[in-house]
Design a protein. Structure first.
Length: 59
C-alpha cells in the first residue's frame, strides 16, 4: 500500500498533470490517500513525482 500526499499545487502545470492528480483522488494541498501498489498507480506517480510525496505503509 502507498500513501500519496499532494505537496505542491498543480496550478500552472500541464493539464495532464492536473487530471492525474484528480484521478488519484487528491483534492487539496497536504491531502493524503492510500492506494494499492500497482503498476498503473506507479506510472501515474512517475508522471507527477514533482507534485506528490509517496511513502509505503503496511496494511
Amino acid at each position: 500500500m502507498l500513501k500519496i500526499t499532494l505537496i505542491k499545487s498543480p496550478i500552472g502545470y500541464k493539464p495532464k498533470a492536473k487530471l492525474t492528480v484528480v484521478a488519484l483522488g487528491l483534492k487539496r494541498l497536504n491531502h493524503s490517500v492510500v492506494k494499492s501498489d500497482t503498476p498503473q498507480i506507479r506510472g501515474m506517480l512517475n508522471k507527477i513525482n514533482y507534485l506528490v510525496s509517496v511513502s509505503e505503509v503496511s496494511k
